[in-house]
Unconditional design. Sequence first.
Length: 464
Amino acid sequence: MPIATVNPANGETLKTYEAMGPEEIERRLQLAEATFRTYRTTPFDERARLLNRAAGLLDDIAPDIAKVMTTEMGKPVRQARAEAAKCAKAMRWYAEHAESLLADEEPSESDVKESGASRVRVRYRPLGPVLAVMPWNFPLWQVIRFAAPALMAGNVGLLKHASNVPQTALFLEDLFHQAGYSEGTFQTLLIGSGEVEEILRDERVKAATLTGSEPAGRAVASVSGEMIKKTVLELGGSDPYVVMPSADIDRAAEVAVTARVQNNGQSCIAAKRFIVHTDVYDAFAERFVAGMKALKVGDPMEEDTDVGPLASEQGRDDLEELVDDATRSGAEVLCGGHRLRRPELPGWYYPPTVLAGVDREMRIHREEAFGPVATLYRAGDLDEAVLIANDSPFGLSSNVWTRDEGEVDRFVRDLEAGGVFFNGMTASHPAFPFGGVKRSGYGRELSGHGIREFCNITTVWHGA
């Protein structure tokens, strides 16, 4: 895949980039290693000053970088501005909390005494250069949620971003440099996916994090496992959205629309499978379909656009194949179901779509639909709802609408997912851990759990 900005709203190639050659990659690896030797000893207050400075710069130019993101991957521009604001918020959160999150831990006096020590501490020390392989769908947020904790922990970052968002990737490198970080603290590697393995095998790279597809995750995990390097993987998702009879059906249907189509439906944590108790199925379906039909599909640079184009022609084609497979096998199309063919929208658009009557033999039941396509399931009771929800290779997050506390306990106990969100949609926040189970990956980002993923957890023992 060429490294290029291609506007998905019209298919126009706006800018292309030459991939970095071996000499430049080597220079940057040397620089990362050398910078880490000094940056790791930087006091927390200095790290916080730099990160707060970067957050302020991002706030200042948020409208401009939002337009770049929209141009490169097609999200509605108002959502792009919100993404930039969320990044600045996360940067400030880690600047404020990192020191306390990484403070030395001291075991109980009895355990220390039993070990024969006079004192024992657990200290979190940085690992070194960390390679981040990041996707295009949230081209700022996915990177910042790695970079902010990694830099505050004393690591340095190497970013291999998706090849269709090169301007955003270069902006991120420049942002940290403008904030005052030394050149080797955060570097963008303009390379293709074929170069990742060699970099992972380099002894100077101590760990890796990847957000992306399952095949990409398998490749990174395989090489990292061979090299015995720590990894964190956040892969695909097909999150269930369960609606029980006690729910506020109007509100559940309203939020369901946003949960499915935000970011043009291209989100790992988007609700994708809507599992509704039979007692409220018809009422929910009517409201949900009406909400999906009411969305404006159009130019993502227009402020009132709800759904823009998919990021690539291949992504649109893949989504279309999933829908066509389902309809050929008997699924009912309640709205959408065919690619848009409008002269004024020449890009890679696909309309908000709702499918009912989906069964487990259809591809869309097992695979992730990365676009504004929802599948509706009817459940006879809570047990059946859980069975349908867990009947997926993915386990990233989940959504449940109920006012019954007994049902809350059951869903928390039984849903196979890294998060359970009640009476609202899944979202990430810097204070809460984020990640999944099953084929959605392993490890956690954000919160104290995320910042400690790339630390050397060191036992410091003093003899009596």
